[in-house]
Design a protein around this ligand. Structure first.
Ligand code: MRU
Length: 349
């Protein structure tokens, strides 16, 4: 299994996603500030993986705090969490994981635990392990949506690399493949930084799942040619009404899929849903540096000084989404109702 992120001897070991696919190398973070840099520069990326990294980064920060009375320890720990929270704005999982860590600390203080850092390390490790199990469950719920012989289009990387393991959108594909269904995946290269070409293609090749790489602007033509049966993508943040932020280009795929009557699915853990936001209009969209667009793997590909707009995510309105696949089951429209029901603990279909 791909080891995206691992807690080892009080360090955080990350597969360097910027080096893939040319090299499989790992970086070791000893300090929480190194984890912040790794999140910012996309060494670790993908919403659930960012969440796990944030939790582990916070645990590293806690380990480095001197021994202090609980309230002072708490204040310093919250400052560390606030700093980690500044690393990337869009993925809900990052904020969710930091909230889990703060809850863990409060619980540990209330129950008079002496070694608070140890409690936080254990919490970060269990967030990591739970993420893998969540993805397996999500795969189990989503795989019946995939038929034998399907050609599936996916965008960006929502695989093992984007999570602690197994993946969300790729987890559904992986589960269907494990059940013996014959599948073929079309992989959008995902401009500007090629998470599809570099990461999704790398994962599918390792798993022997048949795939074909296309550039993002080819998807409509392939749909028109009848080459695509389904689209499955991951998510960075889902609002209470089902509007979904995911890698830039996802919205165009959703509109194209509707125009061609192709099912469009989102696969994401519940930790990606942000019920505090009524609609996707409130989701903060990260804007990244222009060089990602003007340069191709470090080589200038536009005239020097070219003005760039580089939003890293877009929002797909709920009306385009056929189902949201979660670890607790499949959510259908109207999402403002099914999401609210899910948060009240009722089961979905
Ligand atoms: O900028 P990135 O690579 O972190 O963006 C990742 C995505 O948009 C993924 O599709 C999303 O996080 C889902 S990952 C399971």
């Amino acid at each position: 299994m791909i080891k995206t992120i691992n807690w080892k001897n009080n360090t955080v070991v990350l597969i360097d996603q910027n080096a893939l696919p040319s090299a499989e190398k790992y970086i070791t973070c000893k300090f929480y500030k190194e984890v912040i840099s790794a999140i910012k520069d996309l060494t670790v990326r993908g919403a659930p993986a960012i969440g796990v990294a944030a939790a582990m980064g916070a645990a590293l920060g806690a380990l480095q705090l001197p021994s202090l009375p609980p309230e002072q320890f708490r204040r310093k720990f919250i400052t560390i969490c606030d700093e980690i929270a500044q690393s990337r704005p869009t993925a809900r999982n990052l904020f969710w994981a930091l909230e889990q860590m703060k809850k863990c600390l409060d619980g540990a203080i209330c129950s008079g635990k002496r070694d608070l850092a140890k409690e936080l390390v254990n919490e970060a490790k269990s967030i990591c392990l739970e993420d893998i199990e969540i993805n397996r469950q999500l795969g189990k719920h989503g795989s019946p949506l995939i038929a034998d012989g399907d050609n599936i289009l996916t965008h960006c990387n929502a695989g093992a690399l984007a999570t602690a393991g197994y993946g969300t959108a790729l987890g559904v594909i992986r589960a269907a493949h494990e059940q013996g269904k014959k599948l073929h995946v079309y992989v959008d290269e995902t401009r500007p930084i090629l998470q599809g070409a570099r990461l999704t293609a790398w994962e599918l090749q390792k798993e022997n799942i048949p795939f074909t790489l296309i550039t993002d602007n080819m998807a409509g033509f392939l749909m028109r040619q009848g080459k695509i049966d389904k689209v499955i993508v991951g998510a960075d943040r889902i609002a209470a009404n089902g509007d979904t932020a995911n890698k830039i280009g996802t919205y165009s795929l959703a509109v194209l899929a509707q125009a061609h009557r192709i099912a469009f699915y989102v696969a994401a853990p519940l930790s990606t849903i942000d019920v505090s936001l009524k609609t996707g209009a409130a989701i903060p969209i990260e804007e990244r540096k222009g060089e990602e667009v003007t340069h191709f793997r470090g080589v200038l590909s536009a005239p020097k000084g070219t003005k760039v707009y580089n939003p890293a995510f877009d929002v797909t309105e709920a009306k385009y989404i056929g189902a949201i696949i979660t670890e607790k089951g499949i959510l259908k429209k109207p999402y403002h109702v099914t999401i609210a029901r899910m948060y009240k603990g009722e089961k979905c279909s």
